[in-house]
Write a protein that binds this ligand. Structure first.
Ligand SMILES: C[S@@+](CC[C@H](N)C(=O)[O-])C[C@H]1O[C@@H](n2cnc3c(N)ncnc32)[C@H](O)[C@@H]1O
Length: 490
C-alpha cells in the first residue's frame, strides 16, 4: 500500500445503513437505520494513519521493518525497496530547513504524531484530522499517569525540542497538552492491524472507531492486504439496534476483559456477558466446586465481584477471589513455559481439569495450543501420525467449538477456522480408517458426509471476507477440499 491511498479514505464507500447517536454511557455510537442481514456490509474504510507498534521502525510506504530513511526528507523511515512515500508529506518535511531531525529519528515513536500533524497541515486532508479530534481521548484520566510520562519523554519533548511546530500553519495550538491529546486519541481509537510480517501495528479508521464495544458484538471486522477495512453484520441487526464491535479477545474471562478495557479504553464494560456470572452459560471463568463436585449435585463456582469471592451455584461454597486469581496467574505462566510441547501441555490440561470448568478460558487456551500442534503433525508429510493423533485433534476441536458457539453467535472467523480444522481432520481420519479396513465404504461415505456438512458451515462463514485477506485465500483451499470430499462421497 502507498500512503496516498491511506489519505484517500474519506472517498470510501459508506453504506447508508447507520446513523451516529450519542448518549451518556457510550458517548457517540452507531445505530442501524434498517434491518441488516447476516454478512451485510456496514462500512468500508481506508485508514487515515498507519503506525508501527512496540517501538518498531517500519517503512512508511510498505510497512516492512527498516533502519533506513527517506533520502529527501531525511526523517521518515523508508526501506531500500520503496523509492518514495506520501509526496505532500515528504515535500513539507523537506522544506523544514533547520529542523532538529536527530530528535525525531532518535525517538521513533514520534513518527505517528508527526504524520498526524501533517494530515492537519495538508488542506486536502485536514477534514479527516478534524473528525479524528472529535473522538474520545480520556485525556484527563491519563494526565500524569505512567503512559503520560512515557509519552512526555519519548514523543512530546522530542517533538517540541525538534522545533517541528514552527513550520506548521497552526503552530500556535501545538503545546504539550495538544501532543498528549493526539497520543491519547490514537491509543483509545486505533485498531490493531497486521504488518506484512504478521506483527501488530496501529490503524486509525475514523468511522469504524465510532462503534461502541460489546463482548458479544454483532459485527465482524476484516482488513485486507491494502489495509482497507470492511465491517459486516455477524448476525441480524434490527433497525434502532446499536452496531457493536468487540475491542478485545473474546476468549478471556470477564475479570480479564474488564481489566483490559478499563486500562486501555477507560470504561467499565456492562454488556450482557460481563453482567452474567456464567458468561452466557459458557462458564468460561467458572471453577469446579471442591465441595459438591463428583456428588449427586455438581456445582460450579462463579465470581461474585461485589463480594470479592467465587461462589458455588449449587452448595454456596466460597473461595476468595484473590486466591483464585493467584492460581490462574500461576497456571498462565506454566502454560507459557511449555509452549510447543504437546506432552507438557497435556499434563497441564489434566491439572487444570481438576480445578476449572471444562470450558474455562485457560482450558480452552491449552486445548487450542495442543490442537494447533497436532494439526501441524498431521499436515507434515514427513510424519505418519497414528490414529490417536487424529482422534485427539477431533476431540479438541469439538470441545473448543462448544465454547465458541456460546460466546460468538452468528458468523465468526475463529469459529469458521476451527470448523475447517475439524472437518479436514475428520475426513483424513475416516479415510485412514478405511485404508486400514476398520470401516467399510458405506460407513466411510456416511462419515465423509458429516465432514462435508462441517466444511460447508465453515465456508459459509468465510464468504463475506474481502478478497485480499488470508481468510479469502483459505476459503479457496477449502472449496478445493470440498470438491475432493464430494468426489470421494460419489
Ligand atoms: C473507540 S471509541 C468509540 C467512540 C466514542 N464513543 C466517541 O464518541 O468517540 C471508545 C470509547 O467509547 C466509549 N465506549 C465504547 N464502548 C463502550 C461501552 N460498551 N461502555 C461504555 N463506554 C464505551 C469509551 O469511552 C471508549 O473509550
Amino acid at each position: 500500500m502507498n500512503s496516498k491511498s491511506c489519505l484517500e479514505m474519506g472517498d470510501d464507500t459508506l453504506h447508508n445503513v447507520y446513523t451516529i447517536e450519542r448518549n451518556k454511557t457510550l458517548g457517540r455510537h452507531v445505530v442501524a437505520t434498517k434491518k441488516l442481514g447476516v454478512g451485510e456490509t456496514i462500512l468500508l474504510e481506508q485508514p487515515i494513519l498507519i503506525a508501527a507498534s512496540n517501538n518498531e521502525i517500519r517503512c512508511v510506504n510498505c510497512f516492512k521493518l527498516t533502519e533506513s530513511h527517506c533520502e529527501f526528507c531525511k526523517i521518515m523511515p523508508l526501506c531500500g525497496t520503496c523509492q518514495q512515500h506520501n509526496q505532500p508529506e515528504c515535500e513539507k518535511l523537506s522544506s523544514m530547513k533547520g529542523l532538529q531531525t536527530d530528535e525525531l529519528i532518535k525517538y521513533n515513536e514520534t513518527y505517528s504524531i508527526i504524520k498526524c500533524l501533517l494530515i492537519k497541515e495538508n488542506i486536502k486532508t485536514e477534514k479527516y484530522f478534524a473528525q479524528f479530534l472529535e473522538a474520545e481521548s480520556h485525556i484527563e484520566q491519563r494526565r500524569n499517569s505512567v503512559i503520560w510520562r512515557k509519552y512526555q519523554q519519548n514523543i512530546v519533548e522530542p517533538i517540541i525540542k525538534s522545533g517541528f511546530a514552527k513550520y506548521l500553519r497552526f503552530a500556535s495550538i501545538i503545546n504539550e497538552d495538544f501532543l498528549q491529546l493526539l497520543c491519547a486519541l490514537i491509543d483509545v481509537n486505533a485498531f490493531e492491524i497486521r504488518a506484512p510480517d504478521g506483527n501488530p501495528m496501529k490503524g486509525l479508521y475514523v468511522q469504524a472507531a465510532l462503534l461502541s464495544h460489546d463482548c458479544v458484538a454483532n459485527t465482524v471486522i476484516s482488513i485486507d492486504s491494502s489495509y482497507r477495512m470492511k465491517i459486516y453484520a455477524s448476525q441480524e441487526i434490527e433497525p434502532g439496534q446499536i452496531i457493536t464491535n468487540c475491542y478485545i479477545n473474546v476468549l478471556l474471562g470477564t475479570r480479564e476483559r474488564r481489566r483490559i478495557l478499563w486500562e486501555s479504553k477507560y470504561f467499565h464494560c456492562n454488556c450482557l456477558r460481563c453482567n452474567d456470572p456464567t458468561e452466557l452459560n459458557s462458564h468460561i471463568s467458572s471453577l469446579l466446586c471442591s465441595k459438591c463436585q463428583g456428588r449427586t449435585l455438581s456445582g460450579y463456582l462463579v465470581e461474585n465481584v461485589d463480594a470479592g469471592n467465587y461462589q458455588c451455584l449449587v452448595c454456596c461454597h466460597q473461595k476468595p477471589a484473590n486466591e483464585v486469581n493467584e492460581y490462574l496467574k500461576f497456571m498462565q505462566t506454566r502454560i507459557l513455559e511449555v509452549q510447543g510441547n504437546i506432552n507438557q501441555l497435556e499434563k497441564i490440561l489434566s491439572r487444570l481439569s481438576m480445578a476449572l470448568h471444562p470450558r474455562h478460558y485457560l482450558i480452552v487456551d491449552v486445548k487450542q495450543n495442543i490442537a494447533s500442534l497436532l494439526r501441524s503433525v498431521i499436515n507434515d508429510t514427513t510424519q505418519c501420525p497414528g490414529i490417536p493423533v487424529y482422534e485427539r485433534t477431533i476431540e479438541l476441536c469439538q470441545s473448543i467449538l462448544q465454547v465458541l458457539k456460546l460466546i460468538l453467535p452468528g458468523v465468526s472467523r475463529l469459529k469458521a477456522i476451527t470448523l475447517y480444522e475439524l472437518a479436514s481432520t475428520q475426513a483424513e481420519y475416516r479415510r485412514l480408517l478405511y485404508q486400514k479396513k476398520v470401516i467399510d465404504k458405506t460407513k466411510l461415505r456416511e462419515y465423509l458426509q458429516e465432514a462435508e456438512k462441517t466444511l460447508r458451515e465453515s465456508i459459509r462463514m468465510l464468504l463475506y471476507e474481502p478478497k485480499a485477506t488470508p481468510e479469502a485465500r483459505l476459503t479457496h483451499s477449502m472449496l478445493q477440499e470440498f470438491k475432493y470430499l464430494q468426489t470421494d462421497i460419489k
